[in-house]
Design a protein around this ligand. Sequence first.
Ligand code: GAR
Length: 220
Amino acid sequence: MSAAIAVLISGRGRNLQAIARACADGRVDGRIVVVVSNRVEADGLRYARQQGIETTVLSHRDYPDRESYDRALMAVLDRHAPDVVALAGFMRILTPPFVAHYRGRLLNIHPSLLPRHPGLDTHRRALVAGDVEHGATVHFVTEQLDGGPAIIQGKLNVHAQDTEATLAERVMNEIELKIYPQALAWLARGDVALDDGAVRFRGRHLDAPLGLDALEAAFR
Ligand code: GAR
């Protein structure tokens, strides 16, 4: 049975598009059962609707606190019985009950080489820090913000002429749009799992995230 994937967005939805394409062409043995956005103006919603994917807007402004928002979000998601919940530019911190509820099936993509630069403005911070390498990471979500066990991490060299915008663009196109569909393909296939707080990949625990060299040909 193909995996039921729920995708959570707040913005443009380029990762959502890459995931949707990978499901449509069979690289991910899954289907997107719902896209939820906390922002009504998120461009990714329009894309999802064009594709005939069910969408829900759940504005955080309609809830008094994180706990009540996350309870409502869980109720929406669970109506679709997701096997996987993929955070794809969902710009909200999730409460521990939410994270616990989806443990092992909750993934996030973060635009940095975690554990470097958790949080916001990662590209600017990489430039300010003079990092020679930068990238993006797909990880299981745990209670620790941007801190869960990493599955795959793609790196690129920072160029002397890079700006925040060029770096963001290269990280998106060269890394994010490849590693997220790949990680989801592995999860849907059962190649990867969260096991005792660590990532198990094809039967062994990873002591470091996989890299771009682990991408299968279809995801390069
Ligand atoms: C992506 O770069 C993603 O890694 C980042 O937001 C962007 C969403 O773009 N996520 C975070 O910063 C999470 N802390 P998209 O909506 O076009 O996929």
